[in-house]
Design a protein around this ligand. Structure first.
Ligand SMILES: *Cc1c(COP(=O)(O)O)cnc(C)c1O
Length: 393
């Protein structure tokens, strides 16, 4: 059937002026919130997550100037550009742009599975298992077999997976059809050599491999292993644009054309078909081309933060390999709430504690070096040795 409006779609819209991008956000879209926010007495930095970034003026300009069309017709030129860009970066042949990383994980898994009963193996700490509202049960009718890392390592191994997956044809069982991995997980990098072993295990047993690569950008920036090298080991990969890359919305699923065709169909079932999504895709393209190359700076800032916390006597509980710093407040006889209150008074937002006094602080491009130094100074002033001895004097 001929579509009526195909000629008009990519003509673009009138370009609005974007000198003042609106004050809806805490940072008002400034490139470097630290310098301006301090003097205004407002938020200096928000370390609750790397999802809290807001688009910079430059990103908003890219969005405002994007050509758009109807993406359900596969006619939005900017969405097509983004999908081609991510496909080529990943070395896969096809890609689909979606609203969230949850959606691209769910679509990836759903598209790799065919007819139940079946199971998938995932890390017991993974987003897919813990934080997607049982989406795999809901959308894919699959049993998740959660597997915990063994022998003191921080990641799954081929051996651990092989102990738990189901490869027999006993009618009582749900055979494993997909293994899901996550990189980074809690900011930690999955060793490439182990990924290669798991790929071999999966291939040997005709099992598909999905990667939740919400923060694969961080892993790649930290290790120098390219996105393409990582993605070559997987059948489907979900890559988020709205975490450390700093786009406001979106995630991309990459795979082969047949799998992406299935994903496009399921996306429509999920209600995720969208129209002039090119505005968002433009932010994604900007994020990949401008933010990804500077991501190592976030990792340097996270390391500096971890060093500073260590010097203040806090126990660092996980290796600060990328953009997350995990530490224990009880090692200094403090609670996360006490630290949160002091930082809040000084313009810094952090999350409350997790497991018994453990904190997770996340560094991103709107936590510049100056903000890290500011945080360490506030902590030193309030909880440093001089502060503690003054209190006890
Ligand atoms: C954030 C995240 C996702 C996706 O989250 P959305 O909020 O749905 O975009 C998936 N996996 C991991 C590991 C994440 O951190």
């Amino acid at each position: 059937m001929k579509r009526m409006f195909s000629k008009a779609v990519s003509a673009g819209i009138a370009k609005p002026a974007v000198s003042t991008p609106g004050a809806a956000s805490v940072y008002s879209g400034v490139s470097n919130p630290a310098s301006t926010a301090v003097s205004a007495g407002r938020l200096i930095a928000d370390l609750r997550s790397d999802t809290v970034t807001v688009p910079t003026v430059e990103m908003r300009n890219a969005m405002a100037n994007a050509l758009v069309g109807d993406d359900v017709y596969v006619e939005d030129p900017t969405v097509i550009d983004l999908e081609n860009l991510v496909a080529s970066i990943s070395g896969h042949q096809a890609a689909i742009f979606c609203a969230s990383g949850t959606m691209t994980n769910q679509l990836g898994i759903r598209s790799l599975l065919h007819s139940p009963p079946y199971s998938i193996v995932a890390d017991a700490r993974s987003h897919i298992y813990c934080y997607e509202a049982s989406g795999v049960a809901h959308h894919s009718q699959a049993l998740i077999i959660p597997v915990s890392p063994e022998n003191g390592v921080s990641h799954l191994t081929a051996d651990a997976i092989a102990k738990h997956f189901i490869i027999d044809d006993d009618v009582h069982h749900a055979p494993t059809k997909v293994i899901c991995l996550e990189n980074t997980l809690a900011g930690e990098i999955f060793p490439y050599a182990e990924l290669v072993k798991i790929r071999k295990l999966a291939t040997d047993h005709n099992i598909k491999l999905h990667l939740d690569g919400a923060r694969l950008w961080n892993a790649s920036a930290a290790t120098g292993v390219s996105i393409k090298e990582y993605c070559s080991l997987f059948d489907t990969v979900s890559l988020c644009l709205s975490k450390g890359l700093g786009a406001p919305v979106g995630s991309v699923l990459v795979s082969d054309p047949a799998t992406i065709k299935r994903a496009r169909h399921y996306r429509k079932i999920f209600g995720g078909g969208w129209r002039q999504a090119g505005l968002l895709a433009a932010a994604g393209i900007y994020a990949i081309t401008h933010q990804f190359p500077r991501m190592h700076i976030d990792h340097e800032n996270a390391k500096r933060l971890a060093e500073g916390l260590g010097a203040l006597g806090f126990k660092i509980t996980r290796k600060p390999e990328t953009n997350m710093v995990w530490f224990d407040t009880e090692s200094r006889g403090l609670t996360p709430d006490a630290i949160q209150a002091v930082l809040a008074e000084n313009g810094v937002r952090i999350s409350g504690g997790r497991n018994a006094g453990e904190c997770r602080w996340v560094v991103h491009h709107q936590v510049p070096k100056e903000a890290v130094e500011h945080i360490l100074k506030v902590l030193e002033d309030n909880f440093g040795i001089a502060a503690v001895s003054a209190q006890s004097a």
